[in-house]
Every structure is written in structure tokens, then in C-alpha cells.
Write a protein that binds this ligand. Structure first.
Ligand code: SF4
Length: 414
């Protein structure tokens, strides 16, 4: 499916990103598979062991410049530089938050597009080791247009290629190495809908989990989706060990149409059925993400509907307080509401956690930094958008109370 055929909210983009310039024709070196790199060297009459030297420089030492590939002769470095970009992130600005536990990067690509990635450090606890999770983008902008998301307001700009995706991880890996640390987890939850750029996302996840390249355990990589059913089915057929996260946000179809406009193309039941097939094919539990928006999708009825939908599934629910976004009328749910919601799910036998938001003071929610660099919408446009969202969500909540609107229950418990 092409990005332009995704369902959008109909009134996006709300903000206008800076204009893009021409792209550098050289591909990113980190986007090459081991076989492609070996073939490129062979075409130039280079010895096979050079591939290992280049891979070490790129993946183990995080080289971002040909000059850092010191084991290679100057002539080979020059050829590499003429054929490839060693680092596809032209410029990066970093903002720290949470006493250094969170850092957010705004990356400028070769054509001026802006994307974001986030590093979240989790100190060791009695029950878990120290972790460093990197959240990465798969597209510049996004066509899905979820109205609680700053990236959605930007609209779709373009897909990232595999090198642009993995270079975000290499960036943080270099930074962590300075302190003797390493990336332990990668989540595809930044800008964009990963399954609308599936080929590049699969290439990137393969590079990250390949022991000859980045070498991160496949189970430490999470691919999220707002519910691109064909993409979930395609991934299931590959039987990878990557974790799948589905952004559900509501078990009420009419309300989900508003919160995740892609629901009109790929309805809830088909999404959950495809995710269940992924769980069966891989043996991996599905994480269902549920943004908590005060008075919209955080009532006990919403929790009960969600429990009915997921009953009997290999599933875990992650509740996420909404980040405040400039142009929506909604607010995050209060903590007590999250606790009640989580309690009802757990009472129904659904494994549930509440995620603490990171980096609120630096706009760590996806798309917020890029949106800051964009042209602000006129106040009348913002007011109209707020009005539309209030009307649509009120209509959806009204229809959810009508008889026959409840979702069918999940399969019987095993
Ligand atoms: S939440 Fe994800 S899928 Fe929805 S608009 Fe934002 S980036 Fe796109």
C-alpha cells in the first residue's frame, strides 16, 4: 500500500514543515546487507576480509565518517565515500530531560527533512537489569493522522530508507559508548507508521538483529503499528522474533475511527485477528498500546470493552497517559483514572502496565520537536480542528452507547 492511500483525518497536514531540498544520490552504507557489501567489494577487486573490516567500523565502532575507518587503505576509503554516505543523518541536535535519563534528538536528513529519535535510560532495579531503549522513526511525518499526535499534524513527507532508520540507532550507540554503555532495546514507535514502510523497516530490523551487523537480540526489537492489517499478516508469515505492538487506543469501533483514522480502512476486529495470528506464528505476546485521554476513552466501560476484545488472546496492555499536543482539545487522564482502568483489566485477567511518560519538558512525544520547526497554523484553523474533533468524538461516544455497538468478545479462554 502506498502512503498516499492511507486514511487520513481529512484536515491534515495542519502545520507546514520546512521545504525539502534535493536528495544526495549516494545510498547509506548501513543500508547494505552483508551480501551486497561483499558484492560491491568483489566488483572492485578488493579482498573479502575488507567486508569484515568495514562491518566492524560501521557496526561495532559506530563510524560516521570514512576517516574513522582506519583499518582500510586510503584508496578504499575514498571509493566508499564516493559511493555511499557513511552517516545519513546530516545534522543532529539533542535535548536532555529527566535528569539525563531521557535525551531526544532532532535529526536533519540530507534533503532537509526532520525526524526524531529518543533515548530512554532505565537504571537497574531488583527485578530488572539496566536498559537503554532507543525509540526511532520510520517515516518523515505520517499519513495516519491520529489526532492526539504531533507527527500526525505534519502529514506525510516521505519514507525513510533502511540506512536512515538504523543510523538513528547507531547515533545513540556511539553516544552511549562514550559512557561505556550500549543500546539494549529498540522500538519503532517514533515518527511514522512502520508498516506503511514495511520493506525498509524489515531491512532495518534485520540489520539491527543480525549478529554480523548490529547484533541486538530480535526479542529486544519492537515494531509498532496503528493497525495495518496486511503488514501484520506479512510479518506473521516471516515468523520473526521481533515484538509486535499494536496501538489500539479504543475497543469501540466508532471511537477508534476518530482516534486512529486508519480504523476506517482496517477495522479493529481484523487488526486483532491479524495480531493474534502473529502471536500464534511467533509465540510472542502482543503488546496493545492504549493512550489514555480524559473523558474520551478512559471510562470503566472502555476498560471492560477492551477486556472483552482481548479475552483469551496472548496479550499485554500498556496504558500511556496522553502527551499534551498543541492543537487538540483533549487532556491526559488523571493518574487515579489510569489505576482504575488498569485494575479492571487485571481483574479480567489481562496483563496490564502503566507507562510513565518521559521527557515531557522537552516535547518527547513523537513529532513535537519537528512541529516546533514548522510553520504554525492560523488560529482559525486550530479552532476549527478542535471543534471537529470534539464533535466527532462526541458522536462516537454517543453511538457507542447505542444497543448493538459493543464489540464481539474474543475467543474463549484456553
Ligand atoms: S500516533 Fe503513530 S500512526 Fe498515529 S499519526 Fe502519530 S506517528 Fe502516525
Amino acid at each position: 500500500m502506498t502512503p498516499s492511500s492511507a486514511v487520513t483525518a481529512g484536515d491534515l497536514p495542519l502545520v507546514t514543515p520546512p521545504a525539502a531540498s534535493a536528495r544526495d544520490p549516494r545510498p547509506g552504507l548501513s543500508g547494505l546487507s552483508t551480501g551486497q557489501l561483499a558484492a560491491w567489494l568483489e566488483d572492485r577487486g578488493e579482498a573479502g576480509y575488507r567486508a569484515r573490516q568495514i562491518a566492524d567500523a560501521l557496526w561495532r565502532h559506530g563510524a560516521s565518517d570514512p576517516a574513522q575507518m582506519r583499518t582500510l587503505p586510503g584508496s578504499l576509503r575514498s571509493q566508499l565515500s564516493a559511493s555511499f554516505r557513511i552517516n545519513t543523518l546530516a545534522e543532529t541536535a539533542v535535548r536532555p530531560a529527566d535528569a539525563g535519563l531521557t535525551e531526544k534528538a532532532l535529526h536533519r536528513l540530507d534533503d532537509g527533512r526532520l525526524i526524531e529519535s529518543v533515548l530512554m535510560r532505565y537504571p537497574a532495579r531488583r527485578e530488572s537489569r539496566e536498559r537503554a531503549t532507543v525509540c526511532i522513526s520510520s517515516q518523515a511525518g505520517c499519513a495516519v493522522g491520529c489526532p492526539f499526535c504531533a507527527t500526525g499534524e505534519l502529514g506525510f513527507e516521505r519514507d525513510l530508507d533502511a540506512a536512515e532508520i538504523v543510523d538513528q540507532v547507531r547515533f545513540w550507540s556511539r553516544r552511549l559508548a562514550d559512557d561505556g554503555n550500549r543500546v539494549t532495546n529498540v522500538v519503532f514507535m517514533g515518527m511514522g507508521e512502520p508498516l506503511l514502510n514495511l520493506d525498509a523497516v524489515v531491512e532495518a530490523a534485520q540489520a539491527l538483529s543480525d549478529p554480523q551487523r548490529f547484533g541486538l537480540g530480535a526479542r529486544h526489537i519492537t515494531i509498532s503499528t496503528s493497525g495495518v492489517t496486511p503488514g501484520i499478516e506479512r510479518l506473521a508469515s516471516m515468523r520473526p522474533q521481533w515484538t509486535m505492538a499494536v496501538s489500539l487506543h479504543s475497543a469501540r469501533p466508532a471511537l477508534r475511527d476518530v482516534l486512529v483514522p486508519l480504523n476506517r480502512r482496517y477495522p479493529l476486529q481484523g487488526v486483532v485477528a491479524a495480531a493474534a495470528a502473529y502471536a500464534r506464528a511467533t509465540g510472542r505476546r502482543i503488546t496493545y498500546e492504549h493512550i489514555m485521554i480524559a473523558g474520551i476513552n478512559d471510562t470503566p466501560t472502555d476498560a471492560d470493552e477492551l477486556a472483552r476484545l482481548l479475552r483469551g488472546h496472548l496479550a499485554h496492555v500498556n496504558l500511556i497517559p496522553m502527551n499534551r499536543v498543541a492543537h487538540t482539545p483533549w487532556q491526559p487522564s488523571p493518574v487515579e483514572r489510569l489505576e482504575i482502568f488498569a485494575g479492571r483489566l487485571r481483574g479480567a485477567g489481562i496483563s496490564t502496565t502503566i507507562r510513565r511518560n518521559r521527557g515531557i519538558e522537552i516535547g518527547a512525544a513523537c513529532g513535537q520537536l519537528a512541529a516546533e520547526r514548522s510553520e504554525s497554523p492560523p488560529p482559525a484553523t486550530v479552532a476549527r480542528r478542535r471543534e471537529i474533533l470534539e464533535t466527532r468524538s462526541a458522536e462516537a461516544l454517543q453511538s457507542a452507547r447505542s444497543p448493538g455497538s459493543l464489540v464481539p468478545s474474543g475467543p474463549p479462554a484456553p
